[in-house]
Structures are given as C-alpha cells and as structure tokens.
Design a protein around this ligand. Structure first.
Ligand code: FES
Ligand code: FE2
Length: 338
C-alpha cells in the first residue's frame, strides 16, 4: 500500500466530534498510523501519543482523574499538556517531572469538531473551509466510524461525478438516462474545484428532494483531507457538505461530514432526518466500493490506475494530496453526459 505523504501526516486532522468526547471520557484511535488518546479532563480536550512514558502502557486504557489521564499500570497522571501531575507513592519534585512528560499533541476544538496536529509543521490554526459553522445556517455532523480504504481514494470518489450514474444509480443520477452537463475545472494553485452546470436537475431521487431550483454544483478540494460540495440555486446555497477524510492508517480512514443548509421554513431536525434518509444508501454504496477497491489493491500489492476521458482532474488531485502546488487557472469547459 502507498504510504501517507508527509504533507498529510503534518496537517491538522479532525479526529472526533465534540459530542463524542464528554467530560471524563477517554478515546483511543489511530491517526496516520500513530496511536493517540483523546480525553477531556475538564472543559478542554487533550490529545497525547497513546504510550505512557513510564513503561509504555496504552494510556487509552486509563481513566480521567483529578485533572488528567491516569495510566492504569502504576497510576502516573498527565494533564492535556503532557505534564506529569502525579507518581503515586512517591514525592514528585518539579525539577524531575519535566523528564516524565507524555508526548502531547496540539488540539483545537472548532465548530463541534476536535482537530489534532501530529507534527510541529502544521500551521498554528486548523485551516477550515468557508460556510462551516456559518451564522444563519443549520449545521449537523455525521460520523460513521472507520472505513477500509485509502483516504485519497475517498477524496477522489467525492470529486468524481462519473461514478454517481452507476454506483449510485437511481439515488443521485441514472445509468440509463443521462443529461448534458458542462464541467469546469478551476484552481487557485493550492486547491482545485469542479463546477457542474446543467439546465435540468439530476434524475435521481436526491435531486427531487433537494433541487427545485438547482443550477450548479461545486466540489472543491482543500488539501490534504477536506472536500466541500455545494449545491447552489440561482440565488443562494441549497446545501453544503463539508467532508473530512482523516487517515487512520495507510489503508483506513475516518470520514466526517458537516451538513449546512440555510435556515428557512423547514426545521433543522426535519432537514437532518431527510438528508440522513437519502444519503444512508449512497454512503453505504461508497463505503463498500472503497473497501472492495482496497481489497483488490491489497491482493495485487499496489494500485494501478488508468486515466480515462472522464478523469479530467488527472494527476492534479494526487499532486495536491502530496503537498505540491499546481498551475492556477481555468480549464476549457468539458461537455459530458451525466
Ligand atoms: S506504565 Fe504507565 S505508569 Fe507505569
Ligand atoms: Fe459516491
């Protein structure tokens, strides 16, 4: 399997939703292959490398106790900065406690998500796309555990409209009836977007619900792990989905999505229920496809992808994933049938 590039390992990653880490809770997980432990001792979320510095017991098996996480082996206790607060049975002199530190990671909690940076190379703040958490909108988060497959292939899946006619036949588009569209690719050099313009709404179930007045949809990649899809009517946003693909290992990832709709006539809970109902089968289809793809690549030992005429983003996605910049500008529009 392909190894995760440094640009991915050194980025900020969404690792849990705030609601998944209540005061007193501990969660162990893997981020880019590194076991980490999240805990909330008081209001603040903390993240440490999941290895007690004493005898390497996993801290994620510990409990939150008196302002820190306590290792179950000898009871050493660490705060969110990794500082050792107690060595039970001994007097802890402050001069020595510095050498007893656990590896603390930077944590930022934004818009209901907990973000962690593994390395020092990540910027001071997690860079977040627009509309996430915007005022005047209803937002809700969706998280569905850890999926088999490469985070990169999941990003490509979301950026690729052509699979929707087949894999999501009937739900998003149809494989037996296609509509003319114009595909526009634009880049600012650090990300890339695909705009789909069409005269008629898609022929799948989802459009009937969403798109009384659809005129275009945009998928924009914010490297390394965020994709935002927006559906826009002639005047305003209909729906915005901000998806985070957090690599757990080289071959598994944790998808998170925040759904944003303008506040309007329908109450937030109703929109949430409807979106969940429509998307559940689509999400299950993508989950299965990514797992099957991964199984085949594992069997052969490596991926081997052929670029077809519909793969108009070409190598640009993978170059951005690896931390490179690409040429800024707009491609000539491509006519296609979706
Ligand atoms: S191994 Fe954690 S306290 Fe000893
Ligand atoms: Fe899909």
């Amino acid at each position: 399997m392909m190894k995760l590039p440094d640009a991915v390992r050194n980025a900020w990653h969404l690792v849990a939703l705030s609601r998944q880490l209540k005061v007193g809770q501990v969660r162990g997980l893997k981020l880019c292959g590194v076991p980490i432990v999240l805990f909330r001792a008081d209001g603040r979320a903390g993240a440490l490398v999941d290895r007690c510095p004493h005898r390497n017991f996993p801290l994620s098996e510990g409990r939150v106790h008196r302002g820190g996480i306590e290792c179950p082996y000898h009871g050493w206790r660490f705060d969110t900065a990794g500082e050792c607060l107690a060595v039970p049975g001994c007097r802890l002199d402050t001069a020595r406690s510095e050498t007893l530190r656990a590896d603390a990671l930077r944590v930022a909690e934004r818009h209901g998500g907990i973000f962690v940076a593994l390395g020092d190379d990540a910027p001071p703040e997690p860079p977040l796309p627009p509309t996430l958490g915007a005022a005047g909108h209803d937002h809700f988060w969706w998280q569905q555990g850890t999926w088999r497959g490469r985070a990169f292939d999941a990003i490509e899946n979301v950026m690729d409209p052509f699979h929707t006619n087949h894999l999501h036949h009937g739900f998003i588009r149809r494989r037996d009836k296609r509509l003319p569209v114009s595909l526009l690719v634009e880049s600012d050099g650090r990300g890339i977007a695909m705009v789909i313009e069409q005269q008629q709404p898609d022929l799948g179930l989802m459009s009937r619900f969403l798109e009384r007045d659809r005129s275009r949809s945009i998928s924009r990649y914010y490297p390394p792990t965020v994709v935002q899809a927006r559906w826009e009517g002639p005047e305003k946003l209909t729906l915005c989905v901000t998806a985070f693909f957090t690599p757990s290992t080289d071959d598994s990832f944790m998808p998170f999505a925040c759904f944003t709709t303008p506040r309007g006539i329908a109450p937030g809970w109703l929109k949430q229920a409807a979106i969940r109902l429509f998307l559940a089968p689509v999400v299950a289809q993508d989950r299965r496809a990514l797992a099957r793809q991964s199984e085949v690549m594992t069997t052969f030992g490596f991926p081997r992808f052929t670029a077809g005429p519909g793969d108009i983003l070409g190598s640009r996605l993978s170059r951005l994933w690896q931390g490179e910049t690409i040429a800024a500008g707009q491609d000539a529009p491509v006519d296609a049938m979706l």
